[in-house]
Design a protein around this ligand. Sequence first.
Ligand SMILES: Cc1cc2nc3c(=O)[nH]c(=O)nc-3n(C[C@H](O)[C@H](O)[C@H](O)COP(=O)(O)OP(=O)(O)OC[C@H]3O[C@@H](n4cnc5c(N)ncnc54)[C@H](O)[C@@H]3O)c2cc1C
Length: 326
Amino acid sequence: MPLALRSHELWRELEAASGESLYRRTGGLIVASEAAGPNAFHGQAGFFGQTIALAQRFGIAHELLDAAAIRDRFPAFLAAEGDRGYLEADAGVLFPERIVAAQLQQAERHGAVLRLGERVLGVEPQGAAVTVRTDRGQLSAARVIVAAGAWMPALGGAGFGAGLRVLRQALLWFRADEPALFAPERCPVFIWLHASGAAGSMYGFPMIDGVAGVKVASEQDTLECEPDRVERTVGDAEASAVFEQHLRGRLRGVTPQVVRTATCLYTSTADAAFRIRPHPDSDAITLVSACSGHGFKHSAALGEALAQRALGQAPQLALDAFTGPR
Ligand SMILES: Cc1cc2nc3c(=O)[nH]c(=O)nc-3n(C[C@H](O)[C@H](O)[C@H](O)COP(=O)(O)OP(=O)(O)OC[C@H]3O[C@@H](n4cnc5c(N)ncnc54)[C@H](O)[C@@H]3O)c2cc1C
């Protein structure tokens, strides 16, 4: 079963177990402008064409729209002649903060001991076991899975960290003159490929998080940073560059006025794939960097398979697919 489909099942199970609403079906729209050509997104060349091919291969319900149909069905999008749309009705928005809270709650309910706020300083093989040193002491375990996000280059060691790039990304919420157009009933989650190259695409969300603005972001893959020394402020110049480059003339009634910003970190491999490998000195330690800007939606199924393997069970997923020479 493909990773994304197994994760979708698991999100549903978590919703049932926690009683929380963790996913909102809004539909997902990818708009590809002629100027984008076979634009790459998330490191995948021909992202638009590949998405259609995969949907056909896995029988994922979708529609292809021309510019007039995009404008007609989703007036928030000022699609120009020649723009094409891929619409997937079952796509939607996951609520990461609620999901992580529900996962921690379920883990505790199943006997997990959570040591929140404790910083891991090192993970070392100790004979057949593993020692985890922290800022509060140390632990010994038979199996350890390390998934420390942007801190994996440091915690995973030079071999594992080679080629992993930590990239700051900015998220911005812009004021909308016609907020009703961006309500989740009328506006899908969206990706717009409007020019070639990493700087030629943006993505965004319907107004679904209570903030009085439309949340959008693009991607940068040039400036690397240290996770503990990140510029967390999104300045006026950066915000107006995002508006002018990605939004002006594309989203109806969205103004340059910023109502909120945030920053976040991608941990990316050269081809935007995931990296999951045993520690070079011990199979009892598994090192995981499943990001490249698109790992959250897959994390449930990956986490399940990693836990199954750590418990000596047959993993539901072929984890070996993620160990290659990325
Ligand atoms: C702007 C942005 C938009 C994104 N959009 C999407 C999207 O739409 N869909 C999608 O699927 N993915 C998306 N992602 C990617 C997604 O957020 C990541 O792929 C995912 O969070 C990676 O999960 P992880 O568990 O590997 O790392 P993280 O989620 O970063 O978790 C790592 C955890 O380890 C902790 N940690 C680190 N070092 C230590 C230490 N020494 N001791 C103790 N704890 C430590 C950190 O505090 C953190 O809580 C986006 C990412 C960004 C930055």
